[in-house]
Design a protein around this ligand. Structure first.
Ligand code: NAP
Length: 332
């Protein structure tokens, strides 16, 4: 079978460009025992994949030049030589950017597509929701009445983190990059206030004005100058979860900022980075709560869905221009 795949053509310097990707035709290998033939339905594109485009050591392997990109995806089993999966099953796994995929049954997990919209298993009920839950509930441990600030608030993780903080009875302030996202987080998702960092000249002052009682919890998705401003408004005993640093992912030089250690010291602040994959034992608890909140109507979600296999690189690059509201997904 002749199919299309998208490979890493070159490593980006700064913001990824469409020329860093190449689409090509290949002959798909026949499936062997223990393998299945898959037709992808949805691909997730995620900011961490930018790190995999660099030739550097990290917690996930770098993509190889001239080899297909890989990402989280949902697919239908078309043909099976595995005892674990039947044709028609819907599966979740880390899959290659190919129009059809031959995959080992060891990397796949069956999904019950009858309960919730299928794409939710890549978003609010998938790694996105789990990340928000673990960062907030296991690291920040917010208390009712505390002020929680969330950067990247109109994105996938941010929307969920903000709603979970509201469920805990907190006052929630979201920082995001467009008026449309501000309207969504405040109007639809119940954040108490929002700040558009692109139209705010003095972030430090804006946070000070809105967070009249200071900041008790900071869920950081972006880093950089936005975080500098939030950190300078932290209260005594504040907790900071470093979930992501997207504003720095395309840096070509070592980013510099203010020395924050003294603020952390004098305010007794706890700041912790986390990679969700290191919290697998907490996944069942996270999934149980997220599913329950979704069923109860306490947790809602937004997805930006691009259509067409060829849109994968465009959707991915769009993450760095803020083109997604909620989770960026590609339907193929
Ligand atoms: P996302 O927020 O849905 O998408 C990225 C968003 O980041 C964009 O829509 C854009 O929104 C914002 N952004 C892009 N460039 C920016 C910049 N220079 N400064 C400020 N904001 C910028 O992505 P996500 O999947 O929810 O991930 C959010 C963060 O969590 C990412 O940093 C990601 O790497 C991290 N993450 C970490 C883990 C973990 O295990 N620790 C797991 C999942 C995700 P605006 O319109 O607001 O600019």
């Amino acid at each position: 079978m002749n199919i299309k795949q998208i490979v890493l053509a070159s490593r980006p310097k700064g913001i990824p460009q469409i020329t860093n990707f190449r689409s090509e035709q290949i002959e798909l290998p026949a499936i062997k025992t223990g393998e299945v033939l898959l037709k992808p339905i949805y691909f997730s594109v995620d900011p961490y994949m930018r790190g995999r485009m660099n030739d550097s050591k990290s917690y996930v392997q770098a993509f190889k030049l001239d080899q297909p990109i890989e990402g989280s995806a949902l697919a239908t089993v078309v043909e099976s030589m595995s005892d674990l999966f039947q044709p028609g099953d819907i599966v979740l796994g880390m899959l290659l950017w190919r129009e059809s995929i031959v995959a080992s049954d060891k990397i796949l997990q069956k999904v019950d597509a009858t309960q919730q919209p299928l794409s939710y298993y890549l978003s609010v009920l998938g790694m996105t929701g789990i990340t928000a839950y673990i960062g907030l509930m296991h690291i920040c441990k917010p208390l009712a009445g505390e002020t929680v600030v969330i950067s990247g608030a109109g994105g996938a993780v941010g929307i969920v983190a903000g709603q979970i903080a509201k469920i805990q009875g907190c006052r929630v302030v979201g920082i995001t990059g467009s008026e449309e996202k501000l309207r969504l987080i405040v109007g639809k998702y119940g954040f108490d206030e929002g700040i558009n960092y692109k139209t705010t000249s003095y972030m430090n002052k804006a946070i000070d004005t809105i967070c009249t009682d200071g900041v008790d919890v900071y869920f950081d998705n972006v880093g950089g100058q936005i975080s500098d401003a939030v950190i300078s408004n932290l209260n005594v005993q504040a907790r900071v979860a470093i979930c992501g640093q997207i504003s720095l992912y395309n840096s070509t030089e070592i980013p510099m900022g203010p020395r924050i250690q003294q603020t952390l010291l004098t305010n007794n602040v706890m700041m912790q980075g986390f990679i969700v994959g290191n919290y697998k034992s907490e996944f069942p608890e996270a999934i149980q709560h997220l599913t329950q909140w979704v069923k109860e109507g306490k947790l809602d979600f937004t997805e930006t869905i691009y259509e067409g296999f060829d849109q994968l690189p465009i959707a991915f690059i769009g993450l760095f221009a803020g083109e997604n509201i909620g989770k960026m997904i590609v339907k193929v």
